[in-house]
Design a protein around this ligand. Sequence first.
Ligand code: EPZ
Length: 429
Amino acid sequence: MIKYVVNGGRELSGSVNISGAKNAAVAIIPASVIVEGVCHIENLPNISDVSLWLDILASLGAKIRPMGPGGVEIDTTNLNRTSPSPELMRKMRASYYLIGALLGRSGRANVAMPGGCDFGDRPIDQHLKGFRALGATVGIANGIVEANSDGPLVGGHVYFDKVSVGATINVMIAAAKAVGMTVIENAAKEPHIVDLANFLNSMGADIRGAGTNVIRIRGVSKLRGGSYTIIPDQIEAGTYIAAVAAAGGDVRINNIIPKHLESITAKFKEMGVKIEENDDSLRVIRHGGMTGTNITTLPYPGFPTDLQPQIAAVLCLSDGMSVITEGVWDNRFRYVEELRRMGAQIQVDGKIAIISSIKGFSGAPVCACDLRAGAALIVAALAASGQTVIDGIIHIERGYEDIVAKLCELGADIRAVDFPSGNPVMVTA
Ligand code: EPZ
């Protein structure tokens, strides 16, 4: 069993290149299903969620052709199946985008309920509300979402009860070829929503307003193939800012869009981390102490929930008391138990975590329970005295391309080590 072994206490230096955005990639790849042509997509991150999506599309009859690092050609002209394997669907959250894509393409979809990180209840009622607004009948039976429309979908109006990235994406994809205008209100505004709209528009769709809370989609009868390059991953970039903040050092983070990181860089600057911004890169410097602060995670442009575990690890090392209020998920503090093994002093009460300052983390055997929890454990391990062995890296590798190699490039002592017995033993240096 492969685990990450980190010998902490080394400052980071040098530069790191940010990969394509995971949450854009896992929406754009299934959106190729509604294109019914050849899509050439560049800057895909080399992560397991992307490989899984390409396997799923191939299982439906799409032709997949690698086009060099981060590039792929997906030909969805001839799909011969509309019910992907439930086992594959359960492996990630984003699999539910196939419902919107298949419904928009052929008027029917039978897709197993998705999997994904466990933050408590993760309903999909807003997705179903959106599909119904487009004239589909939708139900869930035996763990399968069944959606059908007699003939093409018809443009409709949906006002989401909650801001939902997934529901906004799913309805946008489904509505791209609906007859007439679809209006989505209370839409999510994340960078990957805009990226998906830009992808679909580059394939001939007519989508306006992505990035605002009202998106208008005028359905078109046909989409054409084309080429598209995915945006860089602001959460990966924020994770490296957290790594430098925790371990200390001076690092250039290349290939970013500063606007996408505004709430993240503002918060780290507030804590005393020095951040110099350029057109497509940041320089992050932390040598002295940091001051604690309070954070509430919110939909974009608020502070992203997907960076909450990572900044919590940094707040443990900051002076004073800090409070995190998790504004998106019911239970996104499961990683706290693992940070406590490394010396963290965090009290959790529902959606609130109260973080006391500690002198430093100590290395320990820990286990990642989800993608961003795993990233937080790496952030803490880089700053810890002694050795940390991180299990559960399958979660981390869903969303971080080459994280071990990238951190080694920055001077970290981190290795992927095979533990045949599976027991968390300390590894000699
Ligand atoms: C996406 O999840 C991301 N995943 C998550 O990132 C991210 O945490 C989340 O958006 C918020 O930004 C992908 O993009 C693959 P939501 P999603 O629908 O779409 C409630 C990561 O680490 N809700 O915006 O599932 C829901 O319970 C992952 O990269 C409903 O009530 O999130 C939550 O409280 C983890 N009904 C809130 O809305 C619905 O039908 C936001 O969920 C849908 C959502």
